[in-house]
Design a protein around this ligand. Sequence first.
Ligand code: NAI
Length: 347
Amino acid sequence: MSESEFDSEFEHESLVVEHDPATGSTAVVAVHSTTLGPAIGGLRIQPYPSLSAAVTDALRLSKAMTLKTAAAGLPLGGGKAVMLPPPTSSDRRARMHALGRMVERLEGGFVVGEDVGTTPQDMDWIAERTNCVTGRSPAQGGLGDPSPATAETVFGAVRSAYELVSGSPDLTGCTVGVLGVGKVGAALAALVAEAGAQVVVADTDADRAHDVAAATGARVVPVDGFATRPLDVFAPCAGGQVLSRTTVDGLRCRAVVGAANNQLTDDSVAELLHSRGILYVPDFIANCGGVIFNGADHLGLDPQTIGTDLKAAVERTTELLRTAIADDVPPLTVALDSALERIRTSR
Ligand code: NAI
C-alpha cells in the first residue's frame, strides 16, 4: 500500500498491528467506528501477499462492518481482525491467545467473531484470554457458527431481488450461480435449490464444489469465466473485489446478490451495474444475518428472537430495493444514505 493509498483508506478510530514472536503470527485489528457501540467484526485468516495487503483488507472490511451494523439497526460499530498465517506451522491455540490478548488491550472497544478461515473452536480459544468475543461453540455457551444466519439473509435478498427483476416470487426457473461454496455459499446453494432454483456452483476447492453439488443437485462449473455465465442471480460468496468496471461489462445476469464482503472495487461500480439494468443488492445489506446472529450472542439477547430479526432484515432489504427502483438509483445509494444518517444522528 502506498503512502497516499494509506491516507485515503485510513479514516478509522484505531489500527493495531502486532507481531507475536512466540508463535510467529502477525495480526491486524482495525476499529473503524464505535459511534453506535463497541466495534464488532470477524477474524479472517488467509494468506496475504504482504502485510500492507492485510492492513488494507482490515481497513476496508472494518469500514464495511460499520455500514453493516448501522443498516441492521444494531447498537454496535465496525471493526475487523486479520491474521497472517505464520511462515511455519505453530500452535493455533497459542495464536488465538495472542489475538485474545490484543483484543483485551482494546478494553471493550472491539468484539471479535468468526470470518473466513476461522471457526467456533478458534473463538473458544480466544475466549480464554478475553470476554470480547462472539460465536463461541455451543459447548462453551456460545451460539456457534453465524454462517447459516448469513445464508438466510442472503437467500431472502435473492428472493426479493429475483421477484423485482422477474415479477415472479417463485424461484422455479431461476438460475442462481454461487461462486464459493464454503460455510455460507454451501448453505445458500442448499436454500435456493430447495426453493426450486437451478443452481450452478464453482469453487477453487474442487472437492468442496462436488460435495455441495452432490448434496443439493447443483451443477459444478469452472471458476474461470463464472461471472460471465448466463445467470438470473450471480451470488459471489468467496472473496471480495469481484465486481470492477471491467468485470461488470461482461456480466450476463439480472441481479447480483451474495455473501462476500466488499464485492465492488469501488462504489462507482454500483452506478455501472445500475446503468446496465443489473440489480445489485449491497453486500453489507444482503449478508447482515451473520452480524445480527453474532450481535445477539454478544448482547446476550434471547436466541429465540434471532429468527424474527433475520426476517425483519429481509423485509428491510425488500423495502430498500423497492425504494431504489422507484427512485431509479442504485440500491447502494439508498443503503449508504440510510446507514450514514443513522450514524450521523447518533453522534
Ligand atoms: P469460507 O472460507 O467458508 O468459504 C469461502 C469459499 O470460497 C471456500 O470454499 C473457498 O475455497 C472458496 N474460494 C476462495 N477463493 C475463491 C475464488 N477465487 N473463486 C472461487 N471460490 C473461491 O468463507 P465463508 O464464511 O463462507 O464466507 C464467504 C464470504 O462471505 C466471505 O467474503 C466472508 O467475508 C463473507 N461473509 C461471511 C459471513 C459468515 O457468517 N461466515 C458473514 C458475512 C460475510
